[in-house]
Design a protein around this ligand. Structure first.
Ligand code: ZN
Length: 354
């Protein structure tokens, strides 16, 4: 398909319902005076994209109309509106997926991630849904386009969004210098958190999961001690018994077993940050939180951490590429989604737009 600005249509990856993902032609929005059109190059498949694919919903957010998925995207500016400053045609950019209202109490007080009218790429939270970034050309506010150095690899840049999630999660725990840190769940988020804990000077990092393949990647990418809690549960129990528990735990699995394990693994007066999304109500040993004075903290998306994530990626101090297991052409989106859901093979899967 020729890629000429001015065309009224382009191709995108659209979810229509559970297991119904289609690559189809969608209208191309007109570029407003303060907007840019970005030719998408690399787009990471996130757990929330997978949830829409597998369940037609992401937690309690249910898909009600066809929606372009995707919010981990990077590309090259193809067109800039008349009033755009600081971003130019030809610039490589990473896209901040959030467009908050800017006026509500949350926006005014610096926590726009909680803005009730936020538009987040590829989210069914509002109706009409906010169409996402798995498309040949994305039109967004110029303020959402973060300019990258010309030599930056856009495969790395597409990690800015999940890295921002993790920077915010880690900030919820305070300084990790000299801390003993547990990460439950060895998916891309868990591994990025472990990398940031390493960067933050953690004294010891343990990553747990119930599957060996992601733990093998975790060991290599993060240099953390890894424990398969399905087959070596005693190893973690002994570690906790010997040391009195972890100073900080990041629960990144989103599974009830991970929550229970984290509560038990944190030392008295320790901090537990819940990073994994929990669908609905879960049963967990909350009495432990009371009597051992555990500080149980949530974390949700990010705001200014997106800029920090971009700067960190540009610095080259994190080897995010070690988490990129597969790249597939966007036309093979259904195969890419099936692969992304297969933890025996995949860590981060990106769609590429040739
Ligand atoms: Zn707001």
């Amino acid at each position: 398909m020729p890629k000429v600005i001015g065309e009224v249509q382009m191709r995108a990856v659209v979810i229509h319902g559970k297991r119904d993902l289609r690559v189809e032609t969608v209208p191309q929005p007109v570029v407003g005076p303060r907007q840019v059109a970005v030719r998408i190059s690399n787009a990471g498949i996130c757990g929330s994209d997978l949830h829409y694919f597998q369940h037609g919903a992401n937690g309690n957010i249910v898909l009600r109309e066809p929606m372009v998925l995707g919010h981990e995207v990077a590309g090259v500016v193809a067109q800039a509106g008349a009033d755009v400053r600081g971003v130019a045609v030809g610039d490589k950019v990473a896209i901040h997926p959030s467009a908050p209202c800017g006026h509500c109490v949350h926006c005014r007080e610096g926590r726009s991630r909680h803005c009730k009218s936020i538009r987040f790429l590829g989210s069914a939270m509002h109706f009409p849904h906010t169409q996402g970034g798995f498309r040949e050309l994305l039109v967004c506010d110029a303020s959402q386009a973060f300019v990258l150095p010309a030599e930056m690899d856009l495969a790395d840049a597409a990690f800015a969004e999940p890295l921002a999630v993790c920077l915010h999660a880690v900030s919820r725990a305070g300084s990790l210098l000299g801390r003993r840190v547990l990460v439950t769940g060895a998916g891309p988020i868990g591994l990025l958190v472990a990398m940031l804990a390493r960067l933050g000077g953690a004294a010891e990092i343990v990553v747990t999961d119930v599957a060996d393949p992601p733990l093998r990647i975790a060991a290599k990418a993060t240099d953390a001690r890894v424990i398969n809690v399905a087959t070596q549960a005693a190893e973690l129990s002994e570690l906790i018994a010997d040391t009195g528990g972890f100073d900080v735990a990041f629960e990144c699995s989103g599974h009830v077993s991970g929550v229970t394990a984290s509560i038990k693994a944190v030392r008295a007066c320790g901090i537990l940050v819940q990073v994994g999304m929990l669908g609905g109500d879960i049963a967990a040993p909350l009495g432990e939180i009371v009597v051992r004075e555990i500080d149980y903290r949530g974390t949700f998306r990010f705001d200014r951490e997106f800029a920090e994530a971009v700067a960190l990626l540009v610095s080259g101090r994190l080897d995010v590429r070690s988490l990129l297991s597969h790249q597939l052409p966007f036309g093979e989106a259904t195969s890419a989604f099936a692969l992304a859901a297969d933890r025996s093979q995949a860590m981060k899967v990106q769609l590429v737009f040739p």
